[in-house]
Design a protein. Structure first.
Length: 244
C-alpha cells in the first residue's frame, strides 16, 4: 500500500507521496514521484502499484521525451502519452505478471502546465491507460491508502483554498494516514507547482522535520474536542459539577 495525494486549487498544485515500499516480507524506501522537464515546462508523475510497471512506464515516457524529442503543448497530451506507455507495458508484461500471481494495477497522478494550457492541470490515470481530469468538482485525488486522509480534505478544501493552506491540509491528510496505518511512512516527497510558473519545486521531509507540526495538530484536536457542546449528552452520561 502507499499514499499519494494530488491537490489542485486555483493557485497551483500540491503533490505528496510517502516512500514506503513493501515487497513480500521486505520493507524499504523509494521514490514514488518524479519531475519531468518537457521543453522547459515541468510536470510530475506520482504512482501507486507494482514497482516494476511504474519503473518501466516512466522509463518509456522519459525515452519519448529525450530520444524522440516528444513535446506536448497541453497537459492532456502528456497524460495521454503516459497512459500509452502503461498500455505498452501491459501488452509486454501483463500476461507474465498475472501468471506469477501479480495484478496489473498501476494508478498514476500526472500534474503540471504546458505552454498552451491556460492553467495547471491534474489527471488520474488508470491501469488501462485512460484518464480523468481532477477539477473543481473534486479538487484532489488520493491513490493508495485513502481511508484516513479524506475527511479533512472533504470538509475544508475548495478551489479557492490558498496554496499554503492546501499544503497544510495535504500534510495533515498524510499525517492522519501515517498514524493509522503501518504501510505508509516517512520520509515524504512534496512537490508544489505555482500557477503559471512552469516550474515544479520538490523537497523531501523526514518524521523529525514534521514532528512538531504533528504534535501541534494533536493538541489542536484535543482542544477542539473539549470545546464541543455537551448538552446533548445529559441523558446518557452523569456529569460531575466542575470545580469553581
Amino acid at each position: 500500500m502507499t499514499f499519494c495525494l494530488g491537490i489542485k486549487v486555483k493557485e497551483g498544485l500540491v503533490a505528496i507521496a510517502d516512500t514506503r515500499i513493501t515487497a513480500g516480507n521486505e520493507v524499504y524506501s523509494n521514490k514514488k514521484i518524479s519531475i519531468h522537464e518537457v521543453q522547459k515546462h515541468s510536470l510530475f508523475i506520482m504512482t501507486a502499484g507494482l514497482r516494476s510497471v511504474r519503473d518501466k512506464a516512466v522509463t518509456y515516457f522519459n525515452q519519448a521525451i529525450e530520444k524522440e524529442e516528444a513535446s506536448y503543448d497541453f497537459m492532456f497530451e502528456a497524460a495521454t502519452a503516459f497512459g500509452n506507455m502503461l498500455k505498452k507495458v501491459a501488452s509486454e508484461d501483463r500476461d507474465s505478471l498475472e501468471k506469477e500471481g501479480y495484478h496489473f494495477n498501476l494508478h498514476a497522478l500526472v500534474g503540471g502546465q504546458m505552454s498552451q494550457d491556460k492553467e495547471h492541470k491534474l489527471f488520474l490515470i488508470f491501469p488501462e491507460g485512460n484518464w480523468i481530469e481532477i477539477n473543481e468538482g473534486l479538487n484532489y485525488q488520493i491513490i493508495g491508502n485513502s481511508n484516513y486522509g479524506k475527511p479533512l480534505l472533504n470538509r475544508n478544501l475548495t478551489a479557492e483554498t490558498s496554496l499554503k493552506d492546501a499544503l497544510k491540509m495535504g500534510f495533515l491528510s498524510f499525517d492522519a494516514t501515517q498514524v493509522s496505518s503501518n504501510d505508509v511512512d516517512y520520509p515524504i516527497d512534496v512537490v508544489v507547482y505555482e500557477k503559471n510558473s512552469f516550474h515544479a519545486k520538490e523537497i523531501r521531509l523526514s518524521k523529525e522535520d514534521m514532528q512538531s507540526i504533528s504534535d501541534d495538530w494533536n493538541i489542536a484536536l484535543r482542544n477542539s474536542l473539549e470545546g464541543i457542546d455537551e448538552k446533548w449528552m445529559e441523558n446518557l452520561i452523569s456529569f460531575s459539577p466542575k470545580p469553581a
